[in-house]
Design a protein around this ligand. Structure first.
Ligand SMILES: C[S@@+](CC[C@H](N)C(=O)[O-])C[C@H]1O[C@@H](n2cnc3c(N)ncnc32)[C@H](O)[C@@H]1O
Length: 274
């Protein structure tokens, strides 16, 4: 399914490898992104673009008494999300709905909160998506948005080839209408659609060999795995030659060795619906 991604398609795709990457990413980043994500007992939370449920599982762990409704446009991801939640202790009752987040099948103001993670970066018109989510949330309810920003990536040893390889993913995403550097834009984006009390907090990832959980979970299994996942689209679009791409990945892997370091920044925004 390509949705508004045009002929380039959804850059990450829906392979089992990508499902594993999403779970590794959510597990590794759980504390960094969610130590302050709590929804009260009985509150109604809409998670838009839940994918395979990797964030859903983390949200449930921190807000076990909230009522979650999770939507995604990809049926195979929803099935995986359903299975992931069913496997949790007590199989919490989550409602899963196949839907496009720009055209949601719920009455206005049916939720107290909306949550969206790593989704706006893929949309040609993120303002439209935010307005759609705002309509679903009651006045004074909250909207939380978490996004990355691939332009925030730096590492040691530096490598222009590695940056070119990352740049292929950024360009492919741009050709599909998205913005892989959207994190830095969250404040103006959320403000422009009329959300109030917008607060953005950067969440910095730093990995070196004294933090093996971060090297394995983030540098290797989240970030490099994501760039590697864009190999086919990068070559298909003629963004890079195959050997050059492989050299870039090899250089990126240097940052995960004992004398390497890796840095990246996520952005988490919270706001209120007027
Ligand atoms: C990178 S994944 C993130 C999944 C999950 N939020 C996470 O962080 O693990 C992006 C998800 O957004 C979904 N998505 C993209 N555009 C969408 C749209 N217009 N409506 C609903 N889902 C959408 C994709 O199908 C995909 O599952």
């Amino acid at each position: 399914m390509t949705g508004d991604c045009g002929p380039v398609g959804y850059v990450h795709g829906y392979s089992p490898t990508e499902a594993t990457r999403l779970a590794d990413q959510a597990g590794t980043l759980a504390e960094l992104l969610h130590h302050d994500t709590h929804y009260l007992a009985g509150s109604r939370v809409l998670e838009a673009g839940c994918g395979v449920g990797a964030q859903t599982v983390q949200l449930l762990a921190r807000s076990p008494q909230a009522h979650f409704t999770c939507i995604d446009r990809e049926p195979s991801s929803l099935a995986a999300a359903r299975a992931a939640v069913a496997a949790l202790a007590g199989a919490p009752p989550v409602t899963f709905v196949e839907a496009d987040l720009r055209d949601l099948p719920f009455p206005p103001a049916s939720f107290d909160h909306a949550f969206v993670c790593f989704v706006l970066e893929h949309l040609a018109r993120p303002e439209e998506a935010l307005r759609s989510l705002m309509r679903m949330v009651r006045p004074d309810g909250t909207v939380t948005v978490i996004e990355g920003d691939h332009g925030s990536t730096f590492f040691h040893p530096h490598s222009d080839k590695a940056h070119r390889t990352i740049g292929c993913l950024v360009q492919a995403q741009a050709r599909s209408g998205g913005d892989a550097n959207i994190g830095r834009r969250l404040y103006p984006l959320l403000t422009s659609v009329g959300l109030r009390d917008v607060r953005v907090s950067p969440r910095f990832v730093y990995a070196d060999s004294s933090r093996p959980r971060w090297v394995d979970g983030f540098t290797n299994k989240t970030f490099i795995a994501m760039v590697e996942g864009a190999r086919e689209v990068s070559l298909r679009l003629g963004l890079i030659r195959e050997e050059e791409w492989a050299e870039g990945i090899a250089d990126l892997r240097r940052a995960a060795l004992d004398d390497g370091t890796f840095c990246y920044t996520f952005f988490k925004a919270t706001a209120r619906v007027p």
